[in-house]
Design a protein around this ligand. Structure first.
Ligand code: IPE
Ligand code: IPE
Ligand code: MG
Length: 237
């Protein structure tokens, strides 16, 4: 049964894949594969928890700094993931969308992302957004650039620019703000994730490594959220 006060939009920084593998004496990429398998379980757990929007951080604009083999392995994993999961995502009512800068991604992957977005565009049960080559600062900079072009073209007057205006230029223009941001693996930082959108999000930093993040752990974290008092700057009378 959906919790009345549960978060509608949960965003997750899926961290700790590398350490999970290293603890087992295995290559980091094996941790990424184990992590990818968890995504399905969490997506499928959403409806029962009343979560309509799930956004996951898969690759940051800073992750290009990793070794060429890890980056190439991740890109291959993203392609394989789309290929393998597309049919079930469609059948399970999941609408998939991607945020982040696609320019640096290879054409084959971008084509698969576009196709998956189109394929699932009529779904409405769960909205899964995957942040791929995503960085909050990069997103705001790209949005500002597009906004500036519209001003220069006379489509928008500078005096009309407010925070709602900028929000419409962000990659996340189709999403409500996240209610809850979860980061796994014990790191208490946001690493450039949804900077603008998380202005009033609740945060949960948990020790569990992403490949160990089960539907039960997810339910526990959502339970903690119920105890939060969200005031949005106001005083309750
Ligand atoms: C998160 O796991 C996945 C990506 C950033 C792609 P990490 O690869 O960052 O795992 P740790 O933090 O090194 O354990
Ligand atoms: C954030 O994790 C990015 C993703 C989970 C995709 P990182 O592991 O890249 O972040 P830092 O380097 O620990 O801040
Ligand atoms: Mg990490």
């Amino acid at each position: 049964m959906a919790e009345i006060n549960g978060p509608k939009h949960v965003a997750i920084i899926m961290d700790g894949n590398g350490r999970w593998a290293q603890m087992r004496g295995r290559p980091r990429l094996m941790g990424h594969h184990a992590g990818a398998r968890r995504v399905r379980e969490i997506v499928e757990a959403c409806p029962a928890q009343g979560v309509k929007y799930l956004t996951v951080f898969a690759f940051s604009t800073e992750n290009w700094k990793r070794t060429q083999s890890e980056v190439a392995g991740l890109m291959k994993l993203f392609r394989r993931y789309i290929q393998r999961e597309a049919r079930d995502l469609l059948a399970n009512g999941v609408r998939v969308r991607f945020i982040g800068d696609r320019v640096r991604l290879d054409d084959k992957l971008v084509k698969m992302m576009d196709e998956l977005e189109l394929l699932t565009s009529d779904n409405d049960k769960i909205h899964l957004t995957v942040a791929l080559n995503y960085g909050g600062r990069d997103e705001v900079a790209r949005a500002t650039k597009r906004l500036a072009f519209d001003v220069a073209a006379g489509k928008l007057a500078p005096k009309d620019v407010g925070d709602e205006t900028l929000a419409q230029y962000l990659d996340t223009c189709f999403l409500p703000d996240p209610d809850l941001v979860i980061r796994t693996s014990g790191e208490a930082r946001i690493s450039n994730f949804l900077l603008w959108q998380s202005a009033y999000a609740e945060y949960e930093f948990i020790e569990t490594l992403w490949p160990d993040f089960t539907a039960d752990v997810f339910a526990q974290v959502l339970g903690n959220y119920q105890t939060r008092d969200r005031r949005f700057g106001a005083v309750k009378v």
